[in-house]
Design a binder for this molecule. Sequence first.
Ligand code: ZN
Ligand code: ZN
Length: 252
Amino acid sequence: MTGMKQFIFATTSLLIASATLFLSCKKDTAGAGTTSNATLPDVFKKFNTTVTISVEGNYVVLKSTGIPDHKSPYFATTNAQYEAYNGTNPNYAKNPNSIQSQSYVFKIPVSPVKASASTTTPLGPMGISINGVPLFNQYAAGNAPLTNEVNSFDQYNGHPQQTGQYHYHVEPLFITQQKGRNALIGFLLDGYPVYGPMENGSILTTSQLDGYHGHFAVTADYPNGIYHYHITADAPYINGNGFYGTPGTVTQ
Ligand SMILES: [Zn+2]
Ligand SMILES: [Zn+2]
């Protein structure tokens, strides 16, 4: 009898030990070996298919060449996308640059959160529009005002800088002509969306927005409401005093 009791005790102990080992192994595997990706929100379906979109952890990764989906006088005259300036600015003056293909990788938070301390937007890409063209802030090189640059904006309000990065500082007219002036334009690096100047049938100005150039409201893509930026005709056009949220990254 004693022998049998010892056998049962030993067997039970072995089973408990095995079960514990099995559970701890399983836990280790799930913790270290698996990366759980967030779900891509439907709103990203609004991007052109030329923008490659995936999710890595809690970031949406958007890859783009930055070539616009519309014509421009900044393409070579031999390019099918070339179109001479036909806009409305009597002071238009083409700059010496031309549009070059880029290798942008934007990583922006899937679920943006307000930053405890705001950071300033960089010169160069601070966001990406739905056609893959980067959004730039309200400054020219050296943080100079855009006063002189505006005259080099083409008929769709974009222009290339020295390394051929075509970009928008102001309302991208091809997008708003196609999608509407209340449409989603894109996202800044902090993951918050950017909308055109119109909301609920009226055109917004900077004075109706906060210091970052946005506000919290319901949009067509976010029925529960979200913080978002608006593009306005008056300075600072897209963003004001820096990112409302914590920015992701862009490599170029
Ligand atoms: Zn510029
Ligand atoms: Zn709004």
